[in-house]
Every structure is written in structure tokens, then in C-alpha cells.
Design a protein around this ligand. Structure first.
Ligand code: ADQ
Length: 467
């Protein structure tokens, strides 16, 4: 059966010599499936992007089609920067103060979703024969219902990559019921955790009056299954980076460059959901509480530019510069800077060096659907400890972490000290448990398990442990 994927981003990117898979787990998990089954990937083409609207890939042995949906500037601003990133994104993360009125965005969101649905139906028709549709994430909530409306017997899966909030929070968005109905055009809706799946079922009950059961939602004569399908990383790839001798050598050089300090590492997109400012405050509190650690610990924070042009993101960028300056101004001595902050993108090989060099990964989002930085660190580190926000999806699975509340700067400061002081055998035991969990959640397992379940065949349990 061929597969038609619908996602905001394309799975391939231009390079100086041709095309290569995009970075990130989704492309690495789904390209092999598409190459084996055939089909298409429908993605957005941004206003200034110069890519083909139709492209067969790979060039030398075409196995599937990449179909791009071109967006003009005004609809891109209203659909992507607006409804997706200024309404649905903060809502899903319980950051209600960032949610903007949706009226001006709503029509563009529906119109763009319709274009994606049409493109998906077109490529499905070209495939002929049986097709599975798999729609990704909060940009595309109306697409399942639109596909079902045109093709009643279609097999439609949807995966939601961010948290699903409590129904009382979701109902804040005025088009909540229309969005829910859009999603319920699916046969199977996947979330990272059972908690998000439960919130979704309750939203359908509370806002639509739908009948629900522990497996899903009864809707318009169909039973829509709602399941936990936790995502992971391409484990082999990251373990491989960690084992390369040059990674080890560069990690040692980095520790030396920073003055033989213990390294506390933050790696994030620059996004207000990632808890960067409160993390910085926690580190400042740590320096106040433990003067004996001055000169011995550095927070290395790297942040990739993200969603620039959206005011809240531009503001966060300025706030990060300011707080970094304040902490360094207060505490720096001689060659030691307590905070090293780098605002740019890193390759996965470079990230592996950082993971390898770190004593502690400080992963403290205010909310996060899963958080793959925690997984990547566990796959690469050979001696580090993970401090992890209990408000991430990853917290449901990564037992070996030291858990913190990301809104509690004092608590985070104390937990950071605890993590830095963990005895060697405890650290190793925790890391082994983290590594085992990350291996069970491998992204290839995720894709296989979701598509198996979509197809109506029994899928193995979520974390491979049974139950
Ligand atoms: P994101 O919000 O992007 O994803 P995350 O899961 O942490 O969050 O993935 C981030 C990816 O970006 C990681 O692979 C990481 O290596 C990379 N990255 C982060 N900072 C970087 C930097 N400075 N330089 C280079 N790369 C960097 C959404 C949801 C998550 C969910 C994923 C997958 O918000 O909760 O885990 O989708 O479902």
C-alpha cells in the first residue's frame, strides 16, 4: 500500500551537489518507508523558497514524489506564523498569555488546509490502488476531515507532536469545535503520551458531546482510535556520532577551552516553551547558593534561531542577551565566564560533541510534547546526568533523569547541584536506564508501530516493555 504524507516541512533539502534528506527524526524515519512503499510527501513551499513544485526522489532511482504547496506572503503570515504559531502552539503548551486572537488567521488556516488536502488527494489518485494518508501536526488539523469528505473510505492517520492540553484550555480558541471535528476525520490519532491522548478524548466529550471510551472517540458512526505513540530519535545515528574518535577528541578540547570546568548544557530552539529564561534564573540562583562552585561550573547554552519575525521570539532573543550579560557581569572572574551562550544552528555532529562534553544536560521546558534533546544526550553521553522537566512527554519514559519543576528556579538550582554531585556508580546506572529507554523509543519503531496500528493490525506496546 502506498503512503501519502502531509507535513509542514519537506523531507529533503537542497545541498551544493543535489538533494539530501532533511535533518531531524521525521525525515530519517519516514524516508525509508516511503522508498519501500512508494507514495508522496506533501509539504509547504515558503514565499521566498525556490524549489520545484513536483519532484521525484531520489534523483537516480525515483521512489516517491515530493509535492510542494506554494504559499504567498499574506497567507503564510496568517496560516503559519499566525494560526499555527501564535494561536495553536502557545495553546498546546498552556502559555495562554501568548495566544493571540485568531479571527484574522482562521480563514487562511482553513484555506491553506484545503490546499494541502487537495494536493494529498491529487497525489493519491496518481498513485492508484490502496493508499494510507498520514498527516503531521498542529498545522494541519482540518486536513483529515477534508480528505474523508472527498474519499469516504480513505485510511487516514494523524500524529500530534506537541502536548494536547486539558479541554478547559483547548476550548479557549474560538474555533475549537471546528478544529476537533477536523481531526476526527482520522481513523487513528497518535500522541506522545497517554495523558495527552486522554486530554484529547475528554476534549471531544466536553466540547462536542461525543461518546468516548478508553480507546478513542465515537464520531459520526465511526470509532476514531486515539493512542499513545511516543516518538524517539534515530538511535544508531547518534550512538555512531558519540563513538567517533573525533567526537571524543573535540569534546576534550572543548572542556579544555572552557577552562576544565564541569559543563552544564542547554540545547534548544530559541522558543519560549523551552523555559530558557527560568533556566537562566535557576543557574543564577545556583551561583548564589553555592559560591564554592564559582570557577568550577559553566552553563553552555546553545540556541538555534527559530520563528524570527514573530514578536514573542524576537523579544526572547533580546531577553536572553540581557540575562546572560547580567549573570556574567555579576559573577565572572578572570578567564571564567559562568554562562557561554551561542545563538546559531549546530550540525548534529557538533551537537554530539557538546553532549559528549557535558556533565549535565539541563533540559527544562515549560511544556514539551516529547523533547528529543533529552534522547540525543542519552544516546551520546558516556558519563553525564540528565536534569529533566517533569512537564515534558519525555518525563513519562526516561526514568533515569533527575526531575525538576521548570517553574521552580530554587528547586532547579538545588537539583542541578544534586546532579553534578551524583556518585559515579549512580550516574552510570541512571545513564544505562536512559539509554535503554531511548533505544526502545527509536524513531523507526515509532513509524512502524503507528502505520501498523493505522492498518488495523495489532501494534506492539508503546515502550516495548509490555502493559
Ligand atoms: P521541537 O520543539 O523542535 O519538536 P525537540 O523534540 O527537542 O523539539 O527537537 C528539537 C530538535 O532540534 C532536536 O533534534 C535537536 O537536536 C535540534 N536542535 C535543538 N537545538 C539545536 C541547536 N541549537 N542547533 C541544532 N539543532 C538543534 C517538536 C515538539 C517536541 C517533539 C518533536 C518531535 O515540540 O516536543 O519531541 O516535535 O515530535
Amino acid at each position: 500500500m502506498s503512503l501519502v504524507l502531509v507535513a509542514n516541512r519537506a523531507p529533503i533539502r537542497p545541498t551544493s551537489t543535489g538533494w539530501a534528506p532533511a535533518l531531524g527524526g521525521l525525515a530519517s524515519a519516514l524516508l525509508p518507508v516511503l522508498e519501500a512503499q512508494g507514495g508522496a510527501w506533501v509539504a509547504m513551499q515558503e514565499p521566498d523558497e525556490r524549489t520545484p513544485l513536483f519532484q521525484r526522489y531520489p534523483d537516480d532511482d525515483p521512489r516517491f514524489t515530493v509535492r510542494r504547496v506554494p504559499l504567498e506572503e499574506p497567507e503564510y503570515a496568517a496560516f503559519y506564523q499566525g494560526m499555527a504559531n501564535r494561536v495553536l502552539w502557545p495553546l498546546a503548551h498552556y502559555l495562554v498569555e501568548h495566544v493571540e486572537p485568531e479571527r484574522t488567521f482562521r480563514d487562511a488556516y482553513r484555506a491553506v488546509n484545503r490546499r494541502f488536502a487537495h494536493a494529498a488527494l491529487d497525489v493519491a489518485r496518481e498513485q492508484g490502488g490502496a493508499v494510507q494518508f498520514w498527516i503531521q501536526d498542529y498545522h494541519m488539523m482540518l486536513v483529515p476531515e477534508m480528505i474523508r469528505g472527498a474519499l469516504a473510505g480513505a485510511q487516514v492517520g494523524f500524529f500530534w507532536h506537541v502536548p494536547w492540553p486539558a479541554s478547559e484550555v483547548f476550548r479557549i480558541v474560538p474555533s475549537a469545535t471546528a478544529l476537533l471535528k477536523g481531526l476526527l476525520g482520522s481513523d487513528l490519532i497518535g500522541f506522545h503520551t497517554e495523558g495527552y491522548a486522554e486530554n484529547f478524548r475528554e476534549s471531544a466529550r466536553d466540547l462536542l458531546g461525543a461518546e468516548i471510551d478508553p480507546e478513542g472517540v465515537h464520531w459520526q458512526g465511526r470509532h476514531v482510535r486515539v493512542e499513545a505513540h511516543p516518538i524517539g530519535i534515530d538511535v544508531e545515528r547518534f550512538v555512531g556520532f558519540g563513538e567517533r574518535p573525533e567526537t571524543q577528541a573535540q569534546a576534550e578540547a572543548l572542556v579544555e577551552e572552557l577552562g576544565d570546568v564541569q559543563i552544564v548544557l542547554g540545547v534548544d530552539r530559541l522558543d519560549y516553551t523551552k523555559g530558557l529564561l527560568l533556566r537562566m534564573e535557576a543557574f543564577e540562583r545556583f551561583l548564589e547558593l553555592y559560591p564554592e562552585m564559582h570557577g568550577r561550573v559553566t552553563l553552555l547554552q546553545v540556541a538555534t534561531p527559530s520563528r524570527t519575525g514573530v514578536p514573542a521570539y524576537d523579544r526572547l532573543r533580546r531577553d536572553m542577551d540581557e540575562i546572560t550579560g547580567r549573570i556574567n557581569g555579576r559573577f565572572a572572574q578572570g578567564a571564567w565566564a559562568p554562562v557561554r551562550y551561542r545563538y546559531r544552528s549546530f550540525t548534529q555532529e557538533e551537537l554530539a560533541v557538546l553532549y559528549r562534553a557535558a556533565d549535565v544536560a539541563f533540559v527544562t521546558p515549560l511544556r514539551d510534547g516529547m523533547n528529543l534533546v533529552a534522547h540525543e544526550f542519552a544516546a551520546v553521553s558516556e558519563r553525564g546526568a540528565l536534569v529533566l522537566s517533569e512537564l515534558t512527554g519525555a518525563a513519562d519514559y526516561l526514568d533515569g533523569a533527575v526531575f525538576v519543576n521548570p517553574y521552580d528556579a530554587e528547586g532547579m538550582a538545588r537539583s542541578l547541584r544534586e546532579a553534578l554531585d551524583l556518585p559515579e556508580d549512580d550516574r552510570r546506572r541512571r545513564l544505562a536506564s536512559l539509554r535503554a529507554a531511548v533505544e526502545r523509543l527509536d524513531v523507526h519503531v515509532w513509524a512502524d508501530r503507528f502505520l501498523t496500528s493505522l492498518d488495523g493490525r495489532p501494534a506492539p506496546p508503546a515502550d516495548g516493555e509490555g502493559g
